[in-house]
Design a protein around this ligand. Structure first.
Ligand code: UDP
Length: 343
């Protein structure tokens, strides 16, 4: 058993948020161990991480649905903590393939938790999502205690249930400290251009759709709806730079490591600012100097009109707040897209 270093298990560490978090962990003296089966990622991300940090990263090509494989990894390292990203994340797909989502997202979480308890790893960060709020009525700013609505999709349900499972395990008296991080809309890429978002197939999310359209991979962006009750009629989200989001995990691990006894906390990770779809397009055109081919289309089913985070708790509890601007994020995403196309 290797015990001399501060090993942190990062499931899904080759993914979009995972890879950026791995970089931040290394830059803060920790030793991430990536477990990823690359079903929704690419070994290119490992190369990108290694280019940034200048050293090899530890990784295991294992499906977290494989409990035995996961146990072997827990037996190999003395983990100080776990950051659990690995999950399926396409909202639309989850509606047509609900069992895939319940099986992978909940089964994977349960395997990680069983291993955590078996191997006495008590610091656990769970990737949750603002989707757990559903369509909030009344205020558009949500705090961690804003009542949750019925989830809009099986994907959303797995995030609500994931939080519930963790809460129940802590309530049962298990030696576990849990931090649920509810992500808002992560965008951008590492400023080096070595890692970023790698959507497989047609992207579902706005920013990769914008950059792929500008790069000529896709023909035209459709803006879903123009008659929402917002200043310009398009939906509003809280877009957060993925590097800021990655840093929230480092702050979270530091905080949770200092807690004694069992605990379960929830923290929103966003900027606290709302941005409309049209504002994103205009920012992109400004920073890239390119005109984007786009048109208005119908509303997309299940879209929330506007939502953004109240970020007070993140500042107070884990001493973290977003630093980077929307412009930074769009520049970095565009830089990454151009690097991808040059490869
Ligand atoms: N959006 C859009 N066209 C697209 C993709 C997204 O107009 O091709 C809009 C979408 O309706 C929403 C916003 O962009 O208002 C963010 O969508 P995304 O899927 O990135 O995030 P989510 O809806 O899950 O917050």
């Amino acid at each position: 058993m290797m015990v001399d270093k501060n090993y942190v298990l990062v499931t899904g560490g080759a993914g979009f948020i995972g890879s950026h978090t791995v970089v931040e962990l290394i830059e803060n003296g920790m030793v991430p161990v990536i477990v990823d089966d690359f079903r929704n990622s690419n070994t290119k991300m490992l190369e990108g991480i290694q280019k940034i940090v200048g050293s090899e990263v530890l990784f295991h090509n294992v499906d977290i649905g494989n409990k035995e494989g996961l146990s072997l990894i827990f037996g190999q390292y003395n983990f100080s903590g776990i950051i659990h990203f690995a999950a399926d994340k396409a909202v639309g797909e989850s509606v047509s393939l609900p069992l895939k989502y319940y099986k992978n997202n909940l089964g994977g979480l349960i395997n990680c938790l069983e291993c955590a308890l078996e191997f006495s790893v008590d610091n656990f960060i769970f990737s949750s999502s603002c989707t757990v709020y559903g369509d909030p009525d009344g205020s558009t700013t949500v705090t961690e205690i804003t009542p949750q609505k019925e989830p809009n999709s099986p994907y959303g349900a797995t995030k609500q249930m994931g939080e519930r499972i963790l809460e129940d395990v802590v309530k049962s008296g298990a030696a576990l400290k849990v931090l649920n991080l509810r992500y808002f809309n992560p965008i951008g890429a590492h400023e080096s251009g070595n890692i970023g978002e790698l959507p497989i197939g047609k992207p579902n999310n706005l920013l990769p759709y914008v950059t792929q359209t500008a790069a000529g991979v896709l023909e035209k962006l459709t803006v879903f709806g123009k008659d929402y009750d917002t200043p310009d009629g398009t939906c509003i989200r809280d877009y957060i730079h993925v590097v800021d989001l990655a840093k929230a995990h480092v702050s979270g691990l530091k905080w949770i490591g200092n807690q004694t006894g069992t605990t379960v906390e929830i923290v929103n990770v966003g900027t606290g600012k709302g941005t409309s779809v049209l504002e994103i397009i205009h920012t992109f055109e400004k920073v890239s100097g390119k005109q984007l081919n786009w048109e208005f289309g119908e509303r997309r089913e299940g879209d929330v009109e506007q939502i953004f985070a109240d970020v007070t708790k993140a500042k107070h509890l884990i001493d973290w707040e977003a630093q980077k601007s929307m412009e930074n994020a769009v520049i970095d995403a565009w830089n990454w897209e151009q690097n991808l196309r040059n490869d």
